[in-house]
Design a protein around this ligand. Structure first.
Ligand code: NOJ
Length: 736
């Protein structure tokens, strides 16, 4: 049968012939599941298998994605990773699928749109420090608009891997060390990408990754084994996924890591029993790049065929780039090792997302000439950059905001670096779009102050020849703004580092510049927490500016000048030194919390900057928290409020973090766990009331190693700033 004859009139530019009846699967008025039933009944096994494969098209610019050049992509392929930035190539390929394949099934085009498409905004780790999920949704909506209008229907984002080892390069891609924070920001980003309807031409489907526990990578190395007990899996790693599945995320990506003996890509428990059976997820799971084949390297499968069998039957519907499904699924079906039901369920899941995206009705991407870097999009990127930045230190002389400065020395290897402001995975970001710190300072002070720049040293290496010029500039200036940090390639995939200190040459520059006695404001751009133990003493103030994206320069300068009052707080602990790793706030209690037992003998056991740390130019005073009840039953909502007053002279934003602690229970609990946060804008003298509405089964109950939530009788503490409020559950032990 000729596809042209059976294609019904549809929206967009699909060519049609009117005479034949419209096949049910092409009729948008018919419910999706019925359309899929019809389509499945028409498909051959080969056509079904092809829907479960993802290849790529365009230029592959990611060194970690080692693939061969694609020659002659089959028109029936399920999905393509779209490396191109314009719709033309997509449309040409899509035309082949829609007009030249027997059934005309459109291809789903995916790409890593991680923190912006062309309008690059701060990295995810930075975003989490803004504590402003609504703003993150806004930024993700910009990314979705630019992506969809460029030919991308599906982003491989958000990454919600809880990460507690900053040696791991991918720590920059997630929302830090806390499960709840990852869940909240992941869900915000899903909402921004997907909106209410992914068929909208400004929206894309989201993909939660990397499912699951990839962040537990041993010693911070990438792709390696992870030791994760069932309790830790549920306590730490599954929560954000559950929250984001509930937020409607359409797809997930399976992880590379071996989870205590069963790799994420062959893990029936996580992929099927938890995701599909317990949580009812009806979208599909794509493997990570080559991950199906890599089951052989991991010792999970004897060969590629067995790898295909394990991954597919475990619950991975789409094979990204390993060709294992392409080469072996039909054979496995013929041998009865893969059931026809499993095959149809997998294809149904893929087709469901294509239908929800409206690809059958609108397979092509129209050309929109002004789709990038719209003024409003840049404003969003700039606001998020400013809110992400964390003022780590401002010494007793309150160096910041800068007052009465007429001579400014801007020094350091990051101050004029555009590419490094984009961070890793910067998609189609272009360094030419970036405002650097130097440019930001010129914009901020151009007319009112004299600015001198000196590179000083490179990011790494041993060339100290520029230090003398930097010292001269520092000696001349009223204040030194020293911009240090990481090359953007030191973060992201396959970018583990054995130490989280900056290279010694940067520390040497800081020491030399500080030697002039001039006030030093250290600005940092990096993708991971740093060991600042040697740098901190040289700086009067420290601003963690992260890799802030296209409008970072003005945001940094605005904070330094006081035009913007910093409001970021750390979503990840800054260890005192690499030797403290892993260090995170929600650890379980020690057996000897007294007499300084169990501590390091050579260094402090406290982090340099803890989770939640962040200074403001104003001051906030917390009042007494009040609960509407102390004794509660499981179905109560307990309302706790706390008044917070801006007691300083400047307007500022304050985020209140609400933690809980269960001091005694049948499964031990962390010393504190974040359950809610809220950010508010306060004028000088203003008092705002912050409210935490506790749902006991959600916020006070614990989870066990099977995912059951258990509420036990006894005391629960609510911790807010330095205040504690104790609640009491006198009912029966409950589990749901
Ligand atoms: C490998 C990475 O682990 C993953 O995050 C990414 O989405 C894919 N490659 C596709 O680029």
């Amino acid at each position: 049968m000729c596809v042209m004859a059976c294609v019904a009139p549809v929206a967009g530019s699909v060519s049609v012939a009117a005479a034949e009846p419209v096949p049910v699967y092409r009729n948008a008025a018919v419910p999706v599941e019925e359309r899929i039933d019809d389509l499945l009944s028409r498909m051959t096994t080969r056509e079904k298998v092809l829907q479960l494969n993802q290849f790529y098209i365009g230029t592959n610019n990611n060194v970690n994605n080692i693939g061969e050049v694609v020659n002659g992509i089959p028109a029936e392929v399920g999905s393509l990773i779209y490396f191109d930035g314009d719709p033309a190539l997509r449309n040409a390929m899509q035309r082949r699928a829609v007009e030249e394949s027997r059934l005309g099934i459109p291809i789903l085009f995916g790409y890593d749109v991680i923190h912006g498409f062309r309008t690059v905004y701060p990295t995810s780790l930075a975003q989490a420090c803004s504590w402003n999920p609504a703003l993150v949704s806004e930024a993700c909506a910009v990314a979705a608009q630019e992506a969809r209008q460029s030919g991308v229907d599906w982003t491989f984002s958000p990454m919600i891997d809880v990460a507690r080892d900053p040696r791991w390069g991918r720590v920059v891609e997630g929302y830090g060390e806390d499960p709840y924070v990852n869940g909240v920001f992941g869900a915000a980003s899903v909402r921004g990408y997907q909106g209410d309807n992914i068929a909208d031409s400004l929206k894309v489907a989201a993909c939660l990754k990397h499912y699951v526990a990839y962040g537990a990578s041993e010693a911070g190395r990438d792709y390696v084994y992870t030791e994760v007990s069932p309790q830790t899996l549920w306590d730490t790693y599954l929560l954000p996924y559950q929250m984001c599945v509930e937020a409607g995320a359409q797809t997930l990506m399976s992880s590379f890591n071996d989870i205590s003996g069963t790799p994420g890509t062959a893990n029936h428990y996580t992929l099927t029993e938890v995701l599909k059976d317990m949580w009812g997820h009806d979208g599909f799971v794509v493997s990570d790049w080559d991950a199906v084949k890599q089951l052989v390297a991991q010792g999970n499968a004897a060969d590629m065929k067995e790898a295909a069998l394990h991954a597919f039957n475990a619950g991975v519907e789409m094979d990204m780039m390993s060709y294992a499904y392409d080469h072996h699924l039909e054979e496995l079906i013929a041998e009865g090792k893969v059931s026809p039901q499993r095959l149809d369920d997998a294809v149904r899941r893929v087709l469901r997302i294509k239908m929800r995206l409206g690809l059958f009705e609108n397979p092509y991407t129209p050309e929109v000439p002004d789709r990038f870097l719209r003024p409003a999009s840049r404003v969003t990127a700039g606001r998020l950059a400013a809110e992400s930045m964390v003022l780590l230190k401002n010494d007793s002389t309150a160096t910041l905001p800068l007052k009465e400065v007429s001579k400014i020395a801007v020094i350091g290897p990051l101050a004029k670096s555009k590419a490094d402001m984009l961070g890793s995975w910067h998609c189609h970001g272009n360094p030419d779009d970036v405002t650097t710190l130097y440019e930001g300072i010129m914009n901020e002070y151009g007319n009112g102050a004299e600015v001198r720049y000196a590179l000083g040293v490179d990011k790494d290496g041993d060339d100290t020849s520029g230090i003398a010029e930097a010292v001269e500039a520092a000696a001349w200036a009223d204040v030194v703004i020293l911009h240090l940090g990481e090359d953007y390639r030191w973060g992201g995939e396959n970018a583990s580092r054995s130490t989280i200190a900056l290279p010694a040459i940067q520390e040497k520059l800081a020491e030399a510049v500080a030697g002039t006695g001039k006030p030093v404001v250290l600005v940092l751009s990096n993708g991971r927490p740093l060991d600042l133990s040697r740098l901190e003493p040289h700086a009067n103030a420290i601003l963690e500016a992260w890799q802030p994206g296209v409008n970072g320069g003005d945001a940094m300068a605005g904070i330094l000048s006081g035009r913007i009052n910093p409001s970021g707080k750390l979503a990840i602990t800054f260890p005192y030194s690499t030797g403290q790793i892993p260090i995170y706030y929600n650890r379980r209690p020690t057996a000897r919390p007294f007499d300084r037992q169990g501590l390091y003998q050579d260094i402090t056991s406290e982090p340099l900057y803890p989770f939640g740390h962040g200074l403001s130019y104003t001051t906030f005073e917390y009042g007494t928290p009040k609960a509407d009840r102390i004794d509660f039953v499981a179905d109560d909502t307990i309302e706790i409020t706390i008044p917070v007053t801006n007691t300083g002279d400047l307007t500022g934003d304050e985020t209140v973090l609400w933690f809980i602690n269960d001091p005694y229970s049948s499964i031990t609990r962390p010393v504190k766990e974040l359950k809610y946060f809220e950010k508010k804008h306060l004028s000088p003298g203003e008092t705002a009331e912050y409210t935490f509405r506790i749902d006991p089964m959600r916020d006070l109950a614990m989870v066990d190693g099977t995912g059951r939530r258990i509420l036990e009788p006894g005391e629960y503490r609510v911790l807010v700033a330095d205040k504690v409020l104790t609640l009491n559950y006198k009912g029966e032990k409950l589990s749901r």
